[in-house]
Design a protein around this ligand. Structure first.
Ligand code: ADP
Length: 192
């Protein structure tokens, strides 16, 4: 089993890369953002609670996202491992994740940090807003999301840096070149 976290600011390309890597390596992408948007689209009670928070750019509660991740891990028992995308975003989420993996005799093998500068992120969000119309892809929400990112990355990255498993990826390169960087790092470790 191989478990990797894709870490990076909003619009860094985590989802794009996760979809490419999951197919090639038989890993299962677990995106808390996608799960929350699905709940909103279905109009569930959880979705109703989460929508306003997401639209403001703030973080939804640890309890909600940890619960969603736990459910999804239970359902995907056939995967060779997981790509965690957008999770964990707090220290509490990181600890909860470690505990859930430990119960399964697993661990986080690596954290890939996609690095993209703020100017490029804002340009990507503007483009995505036109293409996808996500309700949190507004200038105001984006400011909050970037601020949140700065805060939570300072909280979460050191947790994994202490374990020496964080690798930086230049996310400013074209999509296929980013994939190549990721694969080069995975190749050193993955034994699937
Ligand atoms: P992005 O990475 O582009 O900001 P996501 O799709 O990952 O977008 O997340 C969208 C929103 O969903 C976040 O701004 C936040 O409100 C909520 N969210 C997603 N993952 C988490 C998480 N792990 N903890 C708390 N809130 C989350």
């Amino acid at each position: 089993m191989f478990n990797v976290i894709f870490f990076g600011p909003p619009a860094a390309g985590k989802g794009t890369q996760a979809k490419i890597i999951e197919q090639k390596y038989g890993l299962k992408q677990l995106s808390t953002g996608d799960m929350l948007r699905a709940q909103v689209a279905e109009g569930t009670e959880l979705g109703k609670q989460a929508k306003a928070i997401m639209d403001s750019g703030k973080l939804v509660s640890d309890e909600i996202v940890i619960g969603m991740i736990a459910d999804s891990m239970d359902k995907a028992s056939k995967a060779k491992g997981f790509i965690f995308d957008g999770f964990p975003r707090t220290h509490a989420q990181a600890q909860a994740l470690d505990n859930m993996l430990k119960e399964r005799g697993q661990q986080i093998n690596m954290v890939l940090e996609l690095q993209v500068d703020d100017k490029a992120l804002l340009a990507r969000i503007e483009k995505r807003a036109k293409e996808e119309g996500r309700s949190d892809d507004t200038v105001d929400a984006m400011k909050v999301r970037l601020e949140q990112y700065r805060k939570y990355s300072a909280d979460v990255l050191p947790y994994y840096q202490k374990q020496d498993i964080v690798f930086g990826i230049d996310g400013m390169r074209p999509v296929d070149e980013v994939t190549l960087q990721i694969e080069a790092i995975l190749a050193e470790d993955i034994t699937a």
